[in-house]
Design a protein around this ligand. Structure first.
Ligand code: NCD
Length: 274
């Protein structure tokens, strides 16, 4: 596997399947000191709960250390420091860097300036490859396969970086049907009639939108839930796009995605750092 995790494009199917196997293995064996003495740095210029904490928790589970810059936009960047200089500095102080940044090219800039592996934890509206990996790891666990399934992607297809990485990763699999539904309830109903296996919802990315685009809204409720047998996924955080009742359904697997993400990220760290 590559030294860095930048885009979902970089993976082969074999690498993805190996990561899933390794995630299962780490989860079942409780190995705890394999990354002892190594330090992960998390550098986040945009808000995050899951991605940052799940990488940090994964590093702790494998016996490593974590240093963290949350709200990096208020760090030396406030004093005019470039991303390149920040990365050069942090790569001298750590063994791996997880970066989240509003610029779509941020991960590539980081790679050019780092001596240690870079993991893209979200690059603007561009990509979020580790989320796509944990999404498909969840599909594999819930349905038992990724091939031959119909995926309905709902919500902010334009700015939703998790969807961009997910579609790229899905291209590695066989006989995949993808239906993209951008906000319209009618087209959602249409898509649900075509027997999807996975419904992947996303939050409206208000912070990336123009004033005109911000007028959109979208809601998935019990009516839609009843129309389909599909599992319901969401990268989280969710806002009003999912009714509370949906959370109670067995079909809603978004919190399982969070749990699976911990082990998948542990597998990634192990692969990059061992
Ligand atoms: C997503 C992100 O940051 O792109 N969150 C996540 O990492 N699970 C989705 C979002 O912010 O809507």
């Amino acid at each position: 596997m590559n030294k860095h995790i930048i885009t979902a494009d970089q993976f082969t199917r074999m690498e993805v399947e190996k990561l899933f196997g390794l995630a299962d293995y780490i989860r079942s064996t409780n190995i705890s000191n394999i990354l002892q003495g190594l330090t992960l740095a998390t550098l986040f210029y945009e808000p995050s709960t899951r991605t940052r904490l799940s990488f940090e928790s994964a590093m702790h589970k494998l016996g490593g250390n974590v240093i963290s810059v949350e709200n990096a936009q208020f760090s030396s960047v406030k004093k005019g420091e470039s991303l390149a200089d920040t990365i050069k500095t942090i790569s001298l102080l750590s063994d791996c860097i997880v970066l989240r940044h509003p610029d779509v090219n941020s991960a590539q800039i980081a790679v050019k300036n780092s001596n240690v592996p870079i993991i893209n934890g979200g690059s603007g509206y561009g990509e979020h490859p580790t989320q796509a990996l944990l999404d498909l790891y969840t599909v594999q666990k819930e349905i038992g396969k990724i091939d031959n399934l119909h995926y309905v992607l709902v919500g902010d297809i334009k700015y939703g970086r998790t969807v961009h990485s997910l579609v790229k990763l899905l291209s590695l699999f066989k006989n995949i049907k993808i239906t993209e539904v951008e906000y319209s309830r009618e087209s959602l109903h249409q898509a649900l009639r075509n027997k999807p296996d996975v419904i992947y919802l996303t939050r409206v990315q208000l912070e990336r939108m123009t004033e005109d685009e911000k007028k959109v809204s979208y809601h998935f409720g019990v009516e839609e839930l009843r129309m389909s047998e599909a599992i319901i996924m969401h990268p989280l955080p969710k806002n009003n796009e999912i009714a509370r009742e949906v959370d109670e359904s067995d079909k809603a697997v978004y919190f399982k995605q969070v749990e699976n993400g911990l082990w998948l990220r542990a597998a990634l760290l192990y692969t990059l750092l061992r």
